[in-house]
Design a protein around this ligand. Structure first.
Ligand SMILES: [Fe+2]
Length: 598
């Protein structure tokens, strides 16, 4: 029997089996660690049961499974089973072929979550709890935000049945937390799945490349918005319904949009065909992206505005995979009537591991509320000594410097146009690199963007890179609305670059003049902050390009050796971890052996 109001309670949260699996550990009401499975398994978007993440969390905290007071799974698996079964039966016989596939793809072992957790971890079944999927999203947003009262909006593809929920939360430091979801929109009516249908139509990977649609949108005009609105009808109560004739995800795992959708929008893009926005066809795809983006934003702003009017609250906590859409978040902040908008560093399903553990602690077990440190660094630490050892064995140039010397050395390199792999402390929890596992570079010239794309990221040329700027300097370079800097804390908002700076921030300014900036507070990452200052003394602008430290198709690097391996394979000139700086030796010209081999 679980009992709350107890100090030192140890709670493990797990999200698994859908997209990005993760584990998080909460001890005595505070997060101790949280990590996505992909960072350890090295399989991007690893959806498997997060054994590696759980093991690391337990080891990091020095705990055995027997020490855990509760293990919390981030959704009620039987309800999800019910949803898939019911949807399949409703569309019978159309969907009879897709049903076993749905079971295999969407559920797999998930319905047996309690048994799996009990057998993997050896904890008694009575200590295994479940939260609602959207309750976990809501808790990840509200219980980690520096606010005591807030409205809550969660929006994703689908959880068990819910695809969007609205609610509110209240907490008192040292007292109880209350989190209530008031209403929901249910599958198959889903903003996340609507956006994903367009992601698939535009030839990108669903659940992975939605941000490419957002990037492409800047090249187009929303000329097809009225057609998109035919797919999504607003209802008098402020909700929406999709016209399911345009979709197939409810009946088959093979394709998310229907033939009728194709008749409305035209031929879908072949994933292997490059997008050239100079051609009619390329412009049609860009317009399509701009149109779904506009309709998504309009719908979210309307729902958020109604929620603000209903609750009268000034703060909004936003989560679910759709909260990764920085353009929509920025419009919610400026147009919905909320004064402040908080998006956690991991608003997607990985963040549900932390949300589930916090929900169990505060709401289910009624433990006293505690203020959660306002940073994203809950992952494994990096070891500079390990990097130094590996690089010396490999005969690279290794220096070990004190903080001041290191900052000056790296600022010089950045100012000279070098690309720097920057690893520091604990890894970020969530999909963004926020200064602990980042690739940094000068943000000024478009050539730097092209070089990063060519030598490291291999991305589509239409996708922008992000800038990082000290909080205090953000307004100078970026046109931020009141409290816009808060959205920039975890790179959750897209805002205009001030026109006079766009040409000097060419590598980080998108074609429409916007940027998904990170506003860095000194206390969150002091070394990166010092580096921005040192770089500013050289260039006149304390702004750097900050992109995630990985090459195309791989997860963000985690430990020093992964950083080193990426550094060796990609066009990174300098690698930093802790006090260690490694400089790449110039490539030795090919000798006779190479010629013979050729
Ligand atoms: Fe979700």
């Amino acid at each position: 029997m679980l009992r709350g109001v107890c100090t030192d309670m140890k709670i493990l949260g797990i999200s698994a089996h859908y997209h990005d699996s993760a584990a998080a550990l909460v001890v005595d009401g505070l997060p101790v660690c949280a990590v996505q499975e992909e960072r350890l398994s090295r399989h991007k978007n690893d959806a498997g049961f997060p054994l590696g993440a759980i093991e690391w969390c337990m080891e990091h905290a020095g705990l055995e499974p027997a020490d855990l007071d509760a293990v919390v799974f981030y959704e009620r698996s039987m309800r999800k089973f019910d949803r898939i079964l019911t949807s399949a039966l409703r569309s019978f016989p159309h969907s009879w072929r897709s049903f076993p596939e749905a079971i295999k793809n969407s559920l797999g072992e998930k319905v047996w979550a309690r048994g799996i957790i009990a057998s993997y971890l050896g904890v008694p079944r009575s200590r295994i709890l479940f939260t609602g999927h959207h309750h976990a999203h809501a808790a990840a947003a509200f219980l980690t935000a520096p606010t005591e009262r807030a409205a809550i909006l969660t929006v994703d593809g689908v959880g068990e049945w819910s695809t969007l929920t609205v609610g509110h939360g209240e907490r008192r430091r040292g007292g109880a937390a209350n989190l209530r979801l008031l209403r929901e929109i249910r599958y198959p009516h889903s903003l996340g799945l609507l956006y994903s249908a367009f992601t698939a139509y535009l030839g990108f990977n669903v659940n992975e490349d939605e941000y490419k649609v957002m990037g492409l949108a800047a090249f187009g005009r929303p000329t097809l918005a009225d057609k998109v609105r035919r797919l999504i009808r607003r209802t008098p109560d402020g909700a929406f319904r999709l016209d399911m004739d345009y979709f197939e995800y409810q009946t088959t795992a093979a394709r998310s949009y229907s033939q009728r959708f194709v008749e409305l929008f035209g031929r879908p893009r072949n994933p292997y065909e490059p997008i050239d926005v100079e051609t009619d066809e390329g412009r049609r795809f860009a317009d399509c992206a701009a149109s779904i983006q506009l309709v998504l934003e309009d719908t979210l702003v309307d729902i958020a505005r109604a929620l603000q009017q209903e609750t009268g609250l000034s703060d909004l906590c936003l989560a679910g995979g759709v909260a990764l859409n920085g353009l929509a978040n920025a419009r919610i902040l400026t147009e919905s009537g909320f004064t402040r908008v908080f998006v956690p560093s991991a608003p997607g399903d990985a963040g549900c591991a932390l949300g589930a553990a916090l929900y169990a602690d505060r709401v289910y077990l009624k433990n006293p509320d505690r203020e959660i440190p306002d940073h994203p660094f809950w992952g494994p630490p990096v070891d500079g000594m390990e990097l130094a050892r590996a690089a010396r064995e490999d005969e690279q140039l290794v220096e070990e410097l004190d903080d001041t010397g290191l900052i000056e050395r790296v600022a010089d390199a950045l100012h000279a146009g070098r690309i720097v792999g920057w690893m520091e402390g604990a890894a970020e929890f969530g999909p963004r690199a926020l200064g602990h596992r980042s690739i940094l570079a000068a943000p000024h010239a478009a050539e730097m963007r092209d070089r990063l794309n060519r030598e490291i990221k291999h991305r589509e040329p239409f996708r922008p890179f992000a800038p990082v700027v000290p909080l205090e300097a953000a307004d100078r370079y970026f046109d931020l609305p009141p409290n816009g800097a808060r959205l920039g804390r975890f790179m959750s908002g897209v805002f205009p670059v001030r026109p006079q700076w766009r040409s000097r921030l060419a590598a980080t300014t998108h074609v429409d003049g916007s940027a998904r900036l990170q506003t860095l507070e000194r206390g969150m990452a002091p070394r990166l902050y010092a580096l921005l200052e040192a770089y500013g003394r050289r260039s006149g602008m304390p702004v750097l390009l900050n992109t995630s430290f990985n090459v195309a198709g791989e997860p963000i690097v985690n430990r020093a050796l992964e950083g080193y391996s990426t550094f060796r394979r990609a066009g990174i000139d300098l690698l930093v971890a802790g006090p260690t700086v490694v400089t790449k030796r110039a490539r030795v010209p090919a000798g006779p052996l190479s010629e013979a081999a050729a």
